[in-house]
Design a protein around this ligand. Sequence first.
Ligand code: ADP
Length: 193
Amino acid sequence: MKFKTFLLFGAPGAGKGTQGRIIGSIPGFFHLACGDVFRSLDLRSDIGRLFLEYSSRGSLVPDDLTIKLWRQTIDNMVVMGRFKPDIDHLVLDGIPRNLTQAQMLEEHLDVKKIFHLSCPHMDKLVERMKRRALKENRLDDANEATIRTRLETYEKETSPVLNFYGQHRVAEMDATLWPYQVLRDILSHVQTD
Ligand code: ADP
């Protein structure tokens, strides 16, 4: 059985997490952010150390490991009854992040719509990331060089994923608006039948 899925898509700092948390609080939606899964790992474990090594350089964690961890997390959520695939829609944020991941997830996901939070102003993204680094203790956002690398990784590896799913499934959102306006825009495109 494939999970009915909405993808939150956009550069680091575009506001995927903010929107995902709000939508995930609505009954019938289950939000899972891949970055949150990584950050919740014990950083002394092998996989936790690997995450630190890659994320602090602004790089992606290897695909096999990422998909395996994602699958384990989803399975746990199903067992615990937090995600009920027969009635809930999955709202994914931060995954898939490249074409290989998109292909690996094909067998699990029935992607209904992709919300592309786009922000043409790179400087605005950098500002947002610096602010959140202070608030959330995020090593990958701690210095400007790493931030720039993350934005380059996004352009090079992640943005081609949009073409993989096809423009007919992509809804473009202006990520520079206020969160409530972006939310209104997203919800206006949500169809759950
Ligand atoms: P943001 O919300 O700023 O886009 P995330 O919190 O999603 O960032 O991710 C933080 C870090 O975790 C990334 O820089 C990357 O190293 C790692 N990561 C998160 N999701 C993935 C993924 N799908 N594949 C590989 N690495 C990932």
